[in-house]
Design a protein around this ligand. Structure first.
Ligand code: SF4
Length: 354
C-alpha cells in the first residue's frame, strides 16, 4: 500500500455562520467541542499514521475553539508533526488572538490560511462575516511579528454588492500586507444558505471571468505565479498540502465531513455529529479502480501549472493536439499543461479528454 503522506483534519465549529456558507460547520459550543476533540484523537489513532509530509487543519474555523481547547487540538496534532514540511491551520481574523498565534508557533504550525473574503467592511457585514479589515491587518502583522510569514489569504469573487473596482481595492489592500499566497474562489450560492434565501445570485460566467482576469493581471505583475486555477503564490510558497491533492496522491481525512483517499479508496466521513461522536466515522466509500484513477489524474493534474505526464494521455492524442491548437493546453517536455485560458474553462477540456 502507498501510505498517505498528507493529513487533513476538519474542525467544524464557527462562532457565527456566514450567509453564503455551505461547508460542514456547526455553531461553536464548548460542550460539543470537548467530546469532538476526544473523538478526533481516537479517529487519528485508528489509522497508522506515520512519516507525514503535510498537515492541514481546516474548517469551520479552528480558531473558534477557546484557548484551552485550541491548545488541546494543537497537542493532539503535534504527535504527527515529526518531519512534516508544511503544517497549515485555517484561521479567522477575529479569533486569531496573540495568545493563539504564540501557540501556533510553539506547536510547529508553519503556515496560516486566513479567511478574509473581501477587505470591504460594508460587504463583510452584509454577508455576516464577523471581522473588519482592520482586524485582518492586525492579525497579519501579529503573525509576522511572531515569525509566521507563510500566510495565505482567501478571497471570494462576486460577493453581493462587490464590483471590479472593489476587487481591485481588495487585491491592492492584500498585496500591501505582504502575504505570500492568495486563493480566489467564485461565489457559489447554494440552496439552504441565507444568501440563497435572500435571493442573491452567483456572478454570471462573463463577470466571474473578468474578475479572474483582474486578479491574475495584478498578481502576476506583482511576482505571483498562477499555479492552480484559483491559487496564486510567490515562488516557493505554493501549498504543498493542496499540491498533494492535485497530484492525485493519497491522504488521510479526519473529522466531521472530512474526505480522504487511502489505499485505492476515496471516502467521506459522516456529517452527523452524533454519529461521529459514536465513532461511526466513514459514511461513503468509493473504490478507485484503474480507470477511475485515470479520470482523477486528468481532472486534478490539469488544475495546476505542473500539468499531467503525457503517459496518462497516450490514447487521447487527437483531442490533446486539438486542444493545443486552440491554445488551451501546451506541451512542455513530457508534460501537458493547461494555459491560463485552458484553466478558465477546465471543465470543457476535461469533457473533451474523457
Ligand atoms: S467561517 Fe467559514 S465555515 Fe464558518 S460559517 Fe463562515 S464560511 Fe462557513
Amino acid at each position: 500500500m502507498n501510505k498517505p503522506r498528507s493529513l487533513y483534519i476538519h474542525i467544524p465549529f464557527c462562532e457565527k455562520i456566514c450567509d453564503y456558507c455551505d461547508f460542514t460547520k456547526l455553531q461553536y459550543f464548548r460542550k460539543f467541542a470537548i467530546p469532538y476533540l476526544d473523538t478526533l484523537e481516537k479517529e487519528l489513532k485508528s489509522y497508522e499514521i506515520e512519516a507525514l509530509k503535510t498537515i492541514y487543519v481546516g474548517g469551520g474555523t479552528p480558531t473558534a475553539l477557546e484557548d484551552d481547547l485550541f491548545e488541546k487540538l494543537l497537542k493532539i496534532v503535534y504527535a504527527y508533526t515529526k518531519g512534516v514540511k508544511e503544517y497549515t491551520i485555517e484561521a479567522n481574523p477575529e479569533s486569531l488572538s496573540l495568545n493563539k498565534i504564540k501557540m501556533l508557533k510553539k506547536y510547529g504550525v508553519t503556515r496560516i490560511s486566513l479567511g478574509v473574503q473581501t477587505t470591504n467592511d460594508k460587504i463583510l457585514s452584509a454577508i455576516n462575516r464577523d471581522h473588519s479589515f482592520s482586524q485582518v491587518k492586525e492579525a497579519i502583522n501579529n503573525l509576522k511579528e511572531n515569525g509566521l510569514d507563510n500566510i495565505n489569504v482567501d478571497l471570494i469573487l462576486g460577493l453581493p454588492h462587490s464590483s471590479a473596482k472593489i476587487l481591485k481595492e481588495d487585491i491592492k489592500n492584500i498585496l500591501d500586507l505582504g502575504v505570500k499566497h492568495i486563493s480566489c474562489y467564485g461565489l457559489t450560492v447554494n440552496p439552504h444558505t441565507v444568501l440563497y434565501n435572500k435571493g442573491f445570485k452567483e456572478p454570471e460566467g462573463d463577470t466571474l471571468r473578468k474578475y479572474y482576469d483582474i486578479v491574475n493581471e495584478i498578481l502576476t505583475n506583482n511576482g505571483f505565479v498562477h499555479y492552480e486555477v484559483s491559487n496564486w503564490a510567490k515562488p516557493g510558497y505554493e501549498s504543498k498540502h493542496n499540491l498533494a491533492y492535485w497530484r492525485n496522491h493519497h491522504y488521510y481525512g479526519c473529522g466531521l465531513g472530512a474526505s480522504g483517499y487511502i489505499d485505492k479508496v476515496r471516502y467521506k466521513n459522516t456529517i452527523n455529529l452524533d454519529k461521529y461522536l459514536e465513532g461511526n466515522f466513514v459514511n461513503e466509500k468509493e473504490n478507485v479502480y484503474k480507470k477511475d484513477k485515470l479520470v482523477y489524474q486528468i481532472m486534478l493534474n490539469l488544475r495546476t501549472n505542473e500539468g499531467i505526464d503525457i503517459k496518462y494521455l497516450k490514447d487521447k492524442e487527437e483531442a490533446v493536439n486539438a486542444l493545443i491548437g486552440e491554445g488551451l493546453l501546451v506541451r512542455k517536455e513530457n508534460r501537458i499543461i493547461s494555459t491560463y485560458e485552458g484553466m478558465m474553462i477546465l471543465d470543457q477540456i476535461i469533457l473533451k479528454l474523457l
